[in-house]
Write a protein that binds this ligand. Structure first.
Ligand code: ADP
Length: 489
């Protein structure tokens, strides 16, 4: 049997370019699929800030891409995902991508990613490598399945089934109608069950209607997005496609995220011997200007500063928490300007008790995971969330709101019992968050054996990609059968 060919078409991939959890998934899942015997490849734009990890080779042939009034030409670079024989291609086109940011503020994202989507398909044709499945990730590549169903219909590529993963339904990629002709799509696609939404083009919606199968990153989020409360205006589309929508929990790269080997930590540790965690805590306190107190519970945050992540709730809760409890906070993140401003200034009001680092820093994120006692993630909505899984692996019980993937990954602590991996609250209010921080604080001080139980159970969880990769391999089989009417043999 020929290996099933799968192409990941993505705007981000670890360790080359990352904005959020999407990059982690695309950097890890293909490796697991390759280990299962699939022929997997990845294609991504080459941004100004892309890190050229490993060996890169420029492909000799330029790539012609049919968009707009004339063909545009791109360069293609080839490398592999580190530690695996998974080819990764990067599309270079300076006009669109030679900027530091992935999602640009210049108002031309739709054109940039239409170009990229079309380029990814042109690359398959140039390589004469026709995938059985094209796996698309979020709104930027929503037109890939549309091309296969329209302008490329009748070509060998159109046999490819498409799987579209919703990483975050909140970002949908609205664009002006000019994108339709730029993509060279027929105007007949500008309708409510294809590209159109409120008189504009919605790239996510296009992907949801045109893909063979849909997935999202946790079972609970798969339920939530079918409701008016969680559907961000697309719940009717997801109800319509409910029979093809599956929630498959994201895994984590358990090799990279391992406190026993993580080189970013000043000391390594494992469930059997947590001594190194105290060294990490001391280093984190030093790094963020906190009082060097091994006894006080240290609450850590690594997050985009956004209301989706509930960081406004934390901002509101902090004063009352700090005034009433003996605790410390270590915050790492960036995003919303007002939240950045708040978290930058609040440490001066509580010297030695809060430390903030505004920015994106992979090394420090690992130190926060390792050095904190409790990891705080009060998300209003959370498709899956990775950081709570990293936290459990690093012996840092997460404190989370019961939403999306947080429901599927964190089990609530029951006082006096021997179950649970973290602290869970329901209401998206500063009061509920503050109370739950109080509960975690009391557990830490008054019930240390139970707190240690939470740590041990979290560290024993298997969040690796293995199980989810199996699930994806099965789903690809269903997609091929649905698309072609034949099983892959
Ligand atoms: P989202 O994709 O919604 O931002 P996830 O929890 O799924 O949330 O993934 C976030 C990823 O980005 C994690 O790998 C996390 O460690 C990382 N991350 C978030 N903020 C920062 C930061 N300021 N510095 C370093 N890494 C960060």
């Amino acid at each position: 049997m020929r290996s099933l060919r799968v192409l990941f078409v993505t705007p981000e991939v670890e360790p080359f370019v990352k904005v959020g959890g999407l990059a982690d998934m695309v950097g890890a899942l293909p490796k697991e699929l390759a280990a299962l015997g699939l022929d997997v490849r990845v294609v991504c734009p080459l941004y100004g800030a892309t890190k050229r990890v490993g060996e890169w080779r420029e492909r000799a042939e330029p790539l012609g891409v049919d968009v707009g009034p004339e063909a545009r030409w791109a360069k293609v670079w080839e490398t592999t995902l580190p530690g695996a024989a998974v080819p990764a291609y990067f599309i270079e086109h300076d006009w669109f991508f030679a900027r530091s940011e992935v999602y640009s503020e210049q108002g031309d994202n739709a054109h940039r990613f239409v170009f990229f989507s079309r380029a990814a398909l042109a690359l398959c044709q140039q390589l004469e490598w026709i995938p059985d499945v094209i796996h698309c990730h979020d709104w930027t590549v929503g037109l890939v399945p549309v091309f296969l169903n329209t302008t490329l219909r009748g070509t060998p590529l159109a046999r490819a089934a498409t799987v579209f993963t919703i990483h975050n339904l909140e970002h949908q990629g609205y664009a002006d109608t000019g994108v339709v002709s730029y993509a060279r799509l027929p105007w007949s696609e500008f309708r409510a069950d294809s590209l159109e939404s409120y008189g504009r083009v919605n790239l996510m919606k296009a992907g949801l209607y045109h893909s063979t199968k849909l997935t999202t990153v946790s079972p609970t989020y798969a339920q939530e997005i079918r409701t008016a409360a969680g559907g961000f205006g697309l719940d009717h589309v997801l109800r319509f496609r409910a029979g093809d929508l599956v929630g498959i929990l994201n895994g984590i790269d358990a090799v990279s995220w391992n406190p026993a080997t993580d080189k970013s930590l000043p000391a390594n540790y494992s469930a059997a011997d947590l001594a190194g965690k105290a060294v990490c805590k001391a280093a984190l306190q030093k790094e963020l200007g906190l009082a060097p107190d091994p006894r006080v519970p240290l609450f850590g945050v690594v997050s985009r500063f956004a209301s989706q992540k509930g960081l406004d709730l934390l901002a509101e809760a902090l004063p009352r928490v700090l005034e009433r409890m003996d605790v410390q906070f270590a915050l790492l993140g960036s995003g919303d300007a007002r939240l950045e401003e708040f978290f930058r200034h609040v440490p001066a009001l509580y010297p030695g008790r809060i430390g903030t680092h505004v920015g994106f820093n992979g090394h420090l994120s690992r130190l926060v995971q390792g050095g904190s006692d409790v990891f705080v993630m009060p998300s209003r909505s959370e498709p899956c969330g990775l950081t709570q899984m990293y936290a459990m692996r690093y012996g840092t019980p997460p404190l989370v709101r019961a939403t999306g993937g947080l429901v599927d990954t964190v089990e609530n602590y029951v006082e006096g019992g021997d179950a649970g991996t973290g602290f869970v609250f329901n209401d998206a209010t500063a009061g509920a968050l503050a109370d739950t921080i109080g509960w975690a604080c009391a557990t830490y001080y008054d019930r240390p054996a139970e707190f240690a139980g939470l740590q041990q159970r979290g560290m024993a969880k298997d969040f690796s990609w293995r199980g989810s990769a199996q699930h994806f391999a099965e789903l690809y089989g269903w997609a091929v059968e649905a698309r072609t009417g034949q099983r892959h043999v």
